[in-house]
Design a protein around this ligand. Sequence first.
Ligand code: CTP
Ligand code: MG
Length: 433
Amino acid sequence: MSKTYSRSRFDETIEKVAKSLELRPGTEEDIEDLKKSIMSKIEDMGYEAVAVGSSARGTYLPEKIDVDIFFYLPGETPREDLERIGLEVGNKALSEYSPETHYAEHPYVKAEIGKIDVEIVPCYKIKDKITSAVDRSPLHHRYLIERLDEDKKKEIKLLKKFLRNMNCYGAKEEVQGFSGFLCELLVLKYGSFKAVLESALKWKRGKVIDLEEHGEISFKDPLVVIDPVDPERNAAAAVSEEKLGRFMVNSKKFLEEPTTENYENSITINKNLLRNKNLLLITIPYPKDTVSEIAWSQLRKMNDDLVKTLQEKEFEVYRSVHWADEKKNTCILLDLRNTKLPKYQKHRGPPFYLKDHLNKFTEENEEVFVEGNRVYSWRKREEKEVEQAVKNFLQDTKRIPSRYKEQTEEAEVTTNLKKILKKKEVVKEYLRP
Ligand code: CTP
Ligand code: MG
């Protein structure tokens, strides 16, 4: 389809967005001061510190500022010592800001200072081989800082925000989308936000982007962006096919009609449309004291198991989405073809040529009939109402992932549209293109 918008309309829209992404006066200086003071504390303890990540490169969004500070330990330091020293140094450097320990590939210390998150991470100083996932970050920083100018930084922020608006920003389990680093690489490759979108429309499954032309290892992921500092790693490995699709579909929409609404991925909730559907919402209290990665991956698993169970019971699930606010609620929303099923269920028997099996089947079943080369019978259905089937699933604790076993006792199941509409985030997730 030809593009019907004028160039200026696209530019006008993104200019407006770019303005909203500018920092409030003084913010940059505050970040700089904070960075320096924490880095000098680490250096006073005898370690070399480096600022990495988006706040060191000026590619962060004003709504979520995190300062990533790494410090080096010699390559021969044993892993346990790296972890222990990492926590000691981090806790000391952040002692006045109530630091917390977090767990990624290895533990690190984090503190919230006003609106800024500060993370202190130990890593090995690389000579030849990357031994821990975080060792790459300083190399990424060195690679990018040499190649990004102010103009590219602006384009990166536009891409990050565009992805964030459609819940495709971030490599974490709950998002399975585009990391900040990946956004930086894409803009570097294609030159601008717009060029990334235009190219994305042409991507085929397994598209490979290889900035440094390393080109040796092949990956099976839907999108492959070879990490320029580590050719053995796909920097886009976290991107799920669904999130890739969402990005491509929304890119097309925005390029064809570059309005602020399309950039923001605004969702209008059409009640009439929803009223004519068979929706069912399950609300479960968010699991306590659980790392968010685990809460989300178990939620996804529970969602998949539930859908499988319902399909086996002949309830056809058109779509299902889930959401967690990471504080109070976890939701699963189902869009069903049917909420009620007939009293009897068709039960498949053996081929009628197998005499022993046939005898057994006719002894055990009434109303036997033949269809094709088999016998069938009618059986009374155990669960005729989908609400009941869902409740039974939630009570079957063997099937519920560990973190949700207790929580599902307090689960609420409803088909009431008014109640469903109150859980806006999950409804939006359902309605997104
Ligand atoms: N990193 C990476 N792959 C990821 C996550 C992180 O390579 N999936 C590395 C990158 O070098 C990144 C650094 O870790 O720059 C810090 O990660 P993070 O704070 O999550 O991302 P930022 O790039 O800083 O982006 P932002 O904080 O703005 O989301
Ligand atoms: Mg960061």
